[in-house]
Design a protein around this ligand. Structure first.
Ligand SMILES: [Zn+2]
Length: 411
């Protein structure tokens, strides 16, 4: 009988193997539809078959392994196999391989659950090739936007062509969703990508939901002038206005539990050392788990920006770039996941996800739950991404226990 430690060691080896499966020689990059993606899918498909699973690809190239149960219902487990450029080895693959490890444990005991366990490996979550995220899971969830088919990657290949050459069918993507009638739920294991679990010295945490997000471009317009000859009195310095605003953004987020807000980009025009900035453009990214709280904060910051500009005799322009609603995980399924963590003797830490995940798409067709695994210093999207084998063992145990609890909850 294979132990949890051996099972975790195997997951770590497989993460290493997939970490070498790259489109570029000196760094890890596995974009959708690439040769490396093909090799990764083939490799994982082989492991799935060895675990007694029936394997198929859908019309997009998402890989599906199914371990049959006694009944017709299905529990989905999984994550994504594509990566960002210069990626780490665990963001995505860890969730697929922990799911596979749980199936291997069932197969080893010759055990069939009252439902099938389907392991899904999404083929495009990061959006490296076409600059748009969650393509794989949006097809799977039946929410694919056909307007994206004409998108071109840097190599001039369109999404439609890439889907076709990856063995998929671009014309079938809109109706290519997985029928959700038999689905009991979807559970995704993923590295935390943040420092909270490490700070609390916990191997895993239970995700409460994926935070809603507002992104906006904010411009302050004042008046450019000579840095030497225009007196301080009466200046309309757009960068000073922007600076006040940046600190107001920080104060807003600090004053609201669970909120994060960032000004990540700022440009001053004309951008010369001896010229008073006449115009400044900055980016705002604000996230919270409660849409009303987020909307209130954004409205208030918009008011603040107007006020700062007016006080300084300037103007403010505000352009909404992107807005996505919060996606809470399913309370019932999440309670079972939390119980699985508690049953193994760990304190249950509930935390939101500031990053987007395939689970947000899957929530449209099934109840979802997510388990975060501690990662070193919270680093991700970076070759320095690192997880401990012991923590992976805990993730396997928790997910296996979760399968049992789902079984019992149906009884
Ligand atoms: Zn990911």
């Amino acid at each position: 009988m294979i132990t949890d430690a051996q099972s975790a060691a195997r997951v770590m080896e497989r993460c290493e193997a997939l970490g070498r499966t790259s489109e570029e020689p000196d760094l890890l990059a596995r974009p959708y539809g690439s040769q490396a993606m093909r090799r990764a899918n083939d490799t994982v498909a082989g492991w799935m078959r060895e675990a007694g699973m029936g394997v198929q690809s859908d019309v997009f190239g998402n890989l599906l392994g199914r371990y049959e149960g006694i009944g017709n219902e299905t529990l989905l487990l999984g994550s994504h196999l594509d990566t960002v450029r210069d990626a780490g080895k665990y963001d995505g693959p860890l969730g697929v391989l922990v799911a596979l490890a749980c199936v291997e444990r069932l197969q080893e005991r010759n055990e069939r659950l009252p439902f099938a366990v389907e392991v899904v490996a999404f083929a495009d979550e990061e959006g490296l090739r076409f600059g748009t995220t969650f393509l794989g899971s949006s097809v799977f969830a039946g929410s694919f936007d056909p307007g994206l088919l004409g998108l071109e990657g840097a190599d001039g290949v369109t999404l439609a062509e890439a889907v076709r050459s990856f063995g998929g069918d671009p014309d079938a993507l809109v109706d290519g969703g997985r029928d959700g009638d038999d689905l009991l739920g979807y559970c995704e294991v993923h590295i935390e990508q943040g420092p909270v679990l490490e700070r609390l010295d916990l191997p895993v945490g239970v995700v409460t939901g994926i935070q809603g997000q507002t992104r906006a471009s904010v411009d302050f317009v004042g008046e450019a002038g000579h840095a030497g000859t225009v007196p301080m009195e009466g200046r309309r310095d757009a960068l000073c206005a922007a600076a006040e605003f940046v600190l107001a953004v920080e104060e807003t987020a600090r004053g609201q539990p669970g909120m994060v807000a960032t000004v990540g980009h700022i440009a001053a025009h004309p951008g010369a050392g001896n010229v008073i900035p006449g115009e400044v453009s900055l980016s705002l990214d604000l996230r919270h788990g409660d849409d009303r709280v987020r909307e209130r904060a954004v409205a208030s910051l918009r008011e603040t920006a107007r006020g700062i500009a007016a006080d300084r005799g300037g103007e403010n322009r505000w352009q909404l770039r992107q807005e996505s609603s919060a996606v809470p995980t399913d309370p019932g399924l999440t309670a079972l996941l939390a119980r699985a963590v508690a049953d193994l003797g760990y304190r249950v830490e509930r935390l939101p996800s500031g990053a987007g995940h395939d689970a947000a798409q899957l929530a449209e067709i099934a109840p979802t739950a997510m388990l975060f695994v501690r990662c070193e210093k919270g680093i991700s999207h970076n070759p320095a991404e690192s997880v401990e084998q012991e923590d992976v063992a805990v993730a396997i145990e928790v997910t296996s226990r979760f399968l049992k609890l789902v079984e019992e909850s149906r009884g």
